[in-house]
Design a protein around this ligand. Sequence first.
Ligand SMILES: [Fe+2]
Length: 383
Amino acid sequence: MITSFFCPTTIYMGEGSYKKVAEVIAKLACQRIFIALDAALLKTEFYAGIATLLHDAKVSTALFTEIEPDPSALTVEKAFAVCQAHKATVILAIGGGSTIDVAKAVGILATNGGRIHDYEGIEKFLIPPLPLIAIPTTAGTGSEVSGSCVITDTEKNLKMSIRHAALNPATFAILDPLALRTVPAHVAAHSGIDAFVHAFESYISLGSNLMTDAINLQAMALLAGNIRQFVANRQNTTAALNMLCGSALAGITFGQTGLGNVHCMARFVGAEFHLSHGLSNAVCLPHVARFNLLAVPEKFARVAEVMGCSVQGQPTLQAAHTAVQAITALCADLSIPSRLRDVGAKQECFDDMAQACFAANYNRWNPRHTTAADFRSLFDQAY
Ligand SMILES: [Fe+2]
């Protein structure tokens, strides 16, 4: 099989790296900028620092903060209207995955025209979007470097995935741990587990390769080794930076390898029971990991190693089971509910959800071939 690897985003990282905004806007010769901002950041010291940099550089700004979780096409239209009226030439996104996704969608509309619905699917737009500077304020989605954005079509109650591996990542990403200081603990836990699942599912994906394997092993080591400390104290800048780097590493790979059954099931769990993406993933993770072990025990054994388990000298299968135990313990330490029943799921939905999971065709990437009956059984085990 021939596979490929690339990362088109320039990434700055480190405490105080937000100051690179001044250098980047100068490089882009930007005089008018559109800012998509998570409203929770508006009154923070972190945003005040960036606003001062833009003011000092005499850049004219237009601010948009009305961004909900799982942002809708309507929100994209409103944001685009603000960007267009301002005649912005650069977009700055400061927020979590939802904020960055809206910014990406606005950038696509600014250069390609039409509605965001026109670009659902893979490589449906051809003109590079407006340059985007992304500053993630959660360590989770990796949207700053991934080639996709997800926008909800509220009329059809569908999530549209707009994917273009080369054109959809941000032009510049700034990974500054100071941006994570105000994240609530439960958001840090759920989004951090989402990042870990990106690395884990990308690592065991049928689409993985030697490049993505190397990156995902490092991503899992960073995420599993720092998430407890980060959730315990978001002021811990070392843990926060390691989480941001782990999340970005996984963001680079998963769009190129595809994801697996955790994301497949979480998609329908989240939609059916109105749970966040991170929590939906976290509840499914240990159950799916146990199921997938059979397909790639040698990779699970490596996961155990990078998660810090003492598995040297152990038979591969034993080490692989240790990885599942480590993942289960990680979720428990972060107070993730271990059962779907604990988060309001109803068993009567499982048949339809299992059929929908099978139809979504994650068998392209998931290492263990999974039938609709297997999905039903996984939902029951997770219940
Ligand atoms: Fe995810």
